[in-house]
Design a protein. Structure first.
Length: 477
């Protein structure tokens, strides 16, 4: 394995919402500058993409005077990290409160590097190319028994798609969020995915039942979470009617193209809704989106803008040296590939410089960066994450849909870059991490589909050609 997201009459209620701007040279982490289109009171649920103040949902929020909490404990802005999923309540661009509340805190039970997933206290955590790690470099650095803090979005199957994973030193105090099943009021137990919960020690527990979404805190004992606290809550709490709201998350149900849910929050769209990085027809279960609009009387978010943050069939990964930084067009180039960034792009600095307010204008020529993103419907490569890496440990890699496959020439193309795999020492693996021959590789991948199958390569970039020494099939489209 390589190391390497209705009703037009309601529009009269709409207030001006987030104005998505391309990155300017002075923006911190990819968001709009203060005053860039946010007015009135609002609630913003999303990932921290950068600092300078705090950037969430493409908006720079001032934190002066804000009540900031992490896991219900008062902290400062310095305790927040890029990649954390937070809830911001704001007046204009002034944050009134910022809350980081992770999905699970506890020990790692198992690690599956083939499928890029771990199990933490019975919860399946999916690791993506855009996941930010703190305390470890990747899934390969984790071990069973490690305690981790996981922040992410629940998908339609109840798995957590991680945006942030931190290795912690914790001897007790585990917690988990999820949907109640196998509820037993007599024995006072229930299950959240693969985790048994015992709340018999609570003297005044809240009323709940199967299907409710809860947060549980307690102590793990012999594989059971002995609860000291239970709260029934909504996966995403809507803002008050008439207020602005932005929510980033995973589409969990689709009733129609104009009526779907993002992590349990119902969303309506209409003929005035604007779509970015995709089309209305691309809305589907397990697609990651950011939706911005106004909450109407029934607690539904009426969308003014829907931005796509993922396309699994066109997912890309790039790790290499920066060749050009284009501040005017909000882009950076690696291997000759022009990569677009925007106000939703996460910027993180894992190099020795550790620049907290890392952003496009902080990137220099020849910096080693890792990019996770996708190809949008217009053919642009859109970055969801840009992470600067330690230049002393260079690893060059490229992944994306294949094109122009030629077994006789021992080559194919990814994102317009020719990949040479003709050397007899090149190793090949299928999508199950099983070693295969070059002939088996070429007979498996298909570039006639649109998009082609996704392949990842590792090696060197020389003279405009990526010379691979490792090749792995990542996805059969």
């Amino acid at each position: 394995m390589l190391n390497v997201g209705l009703k037009s009459a309601w529009k009269s209620l709409m207030v001006v919402v987030l104005a998505l701007g391309l990155l300017g040279s002075c923006s911190g982490g990819g968001g709009d500058l203060a005053g860039g289109g946010v007015s009135g009171t609002g609630v913003y649920n999303g990932v921290i993409t950068g600092f300078g103040s705090v950037f969430v949902n493409g908006v720079e929020f001032s934190t002066t005077g804000a009540a900031i909490t992490a896991n219900d404990t008062g902290v400062t802005e310095a305790d927040l990290d890029v990649g954390m999923k937070v809830r911001v309540e704001a007046s204009g661009t002034n944050a009134l409160s910022i809350a980081f509340d992770p999905e699970v805190i506890g020990p790692v039970q198992s690690i599956d590097t083939v499928n890029d997933q771990i199990v933490v206290m019975g919860q399946t955590v999916l690791i993506q190319g855009t996941t930010i790690f703190k305390g470890v470099g990747s899934i390969l650095d984790l071990a069973a028994g490690d305690t981790v803090v996981v922040s992410g979005f629940f998908d339609a199957a109840g798995n957590i798609r991680a945006v942030f994973i931190e290795l912690k030193s914790l001897t007790s105090g585990e917690e988990v969020k999820g949907v109640v099943s196998a509820f037993d009021a007599v024995s006072r137990t229930f299950v959240i995915n693969g985790l048994s919960v015992d709340y018999s020690g609570l003297t005044d527990p809240p009323q709940f039942q199967n299907g409710d979404f809860v947060e549980v805190k307690g102590t793990l004992s012999a594989g059971t979470l002995v609860a000291s606290y239970i709260e029934v809550e909504d996966p995403v709490e809507a803002a008050l009617p008439g207020n602005e709201m932005a929510v980033e998350g995973i589409v969990t149900t689709v009733s129609s193209l104009n009526d779907f849910e993002v992590n349990g929050l119902r969303v309506y769209t209409d003929d005035q809704t604007v779509y970015e990085n995709g089309l209305q027809g691309d809305v589907a279960v397990n697609v990651q989106l950011e939706v911005e609009g106004t909450v109407i009387d029934d607690g539904v978010l009426l969308a003014e803008k829907v931005e796509f943050l993922s396309h699994e069939e066109t997912e890309v990964g790039i790790e290499g040296a920066v060749e050009q930084v284009d501040l005017q067009n909000s882009a950076v180039s690696v291997f000759g590939i022009v990569i677009s960034v925007n106000s939703s792009t996460i910027f993180n600095d894992e190099s020795g410089q550790q620049v907290r307010d890392f952003s496009l204008d902080k990137i220099k020529l020849n910096d080693l960066i890792e990019v996770g993103g996708f190809i949008d419907d217009s053919g642009r490569v859109v970055a969801v994450k840009v992470e600067r890496k330690d230049p002393s440990e260079p690893e060059y890699s490229l992944s994306g849909p294949v094109d122009a496959v030629s077994e006789s020439a021992g080559s194919f193309y990814i994102l317009g870059v020719q990949v040479n795999v003709s050397d007899q020492n090149v190793t090949f693996e299928n999508e199950n991490d099983t070693s295969i021959t070059a002939s088996e590789f070429f007979s498996t991948i298909d570039d006639t589909k649109d998009p082609g199958d996704i392949v990842e390569v590792g090696g060197l970039y020389q003279g405009g050609v990526f010379v691979a020494d490792e090749v792995e099939i990542e996805r059969i489209n």
